[in-house]
Design a protein around this ligand. Sequence first.
Ligand SMILES: *Cc1c(COP(=O)(O)O)cnc(C)c1O
Length: 360
Amino acid sequence: MTYQLPEKLKKLEAYQPISGDYKVRLDANESFLSLPDEIRHEISVGISRIAFNRYPDPYAVELCQSFSRYFQVPADLIVAGNGSDELLFLLTTCFASAGDTLMTVKPDFSMYRVYGEMAGLQVEVFEKDCDLSLDADVFIAAAKEKNVNMVIFSNPCNPSSLLLSKEDVLKIVAGLEDVLVVVDEAYMEFAEGSVLQEIENYPNLMVLKTFSKAFGLAAARLGFAVSNKTIIDALKAAKSPYNVNTMSQVVGTILLEHPAYLEECTLLIKESRDYLFGMLQAMAGSFPQIQSIQNTRSNFVYMKVDGAADIYRALQQQGIAIRLMGDYLRICAGSEDENEALLAALQAYLKGAEVCAVQK
Ligand SMILES: *Cc1c(COP(=O)(O)O)cnc(C)c1O
């Protein structure tokens, strides 16, 4: 007998980020702002002083202290990860046993299900209403009925861009007291409704944060888990010792020394998002192909369009990358130039499609 991959890996497909040359990248929800020279300089000085022959600080103490000051949560309730993706993988692997049940919602971040399946968990998917909203009471009842051990969802949601109120999130946490409730707040900088400050009030709540979106640090791979002491101590014990490299620890710590800059970035991204949302809404008035646009609380716009796949490909051919998700398009807010390029290409495409329809 030759070696055979386990069944769970045979059917697994690798995450396929788009490849190729795009002049406009609005597909990955990254920040369109690049670090200013002043901060880059501080980073290069910081990196030049690293003891490269030594392993990183296993608990990223300095970074977690900076995080603690910025987000006003106790430093001993924070674990840093190699992106929140690493933390999600750890959570599904270590905070549930094979055969336990994880509940995710749909639509939501697709990696929750992937990590859950890799960990040997039973994954139950809670379908959101057709307007993409989620009723907390219905969700709690469904989770109880399925006897779930863990639930994970993003808030604001990727991809729907909608926000669940703080009251609803806490209702879920309180309503499922024997379930670990993981709230992925990757986009909460763009919204209001964080439960981060509630972390000490519940025995079953975990909040995930990332520096990849509002903070514009996707390259550094920095994510954070915040929870109560019992859960955080267990996570510290379960993670690999040197999971966050020293370069990223330095970069993250330096960035957090610039809170005014981070506020400014968030503001600029929100402005860009509001502009993009407004322009697309106006376009929807002229082109009935655009069926709906969600009221975004993130840094991207999610809209349902007839012929979404055709639009996606047409934009791709013009060097504009967005994300296709079934009948929906997810478009990240970009720089002024990027937004204009996207809007012009989309409008031209929709006009062309109209002409074709008339000619037929
Ligand atoms: C982008 C994203 C992440 C990934 O964060 P990393 O820290 O870059 O791994 C996690 N959750 C959601 C909902 C995201 O959209």
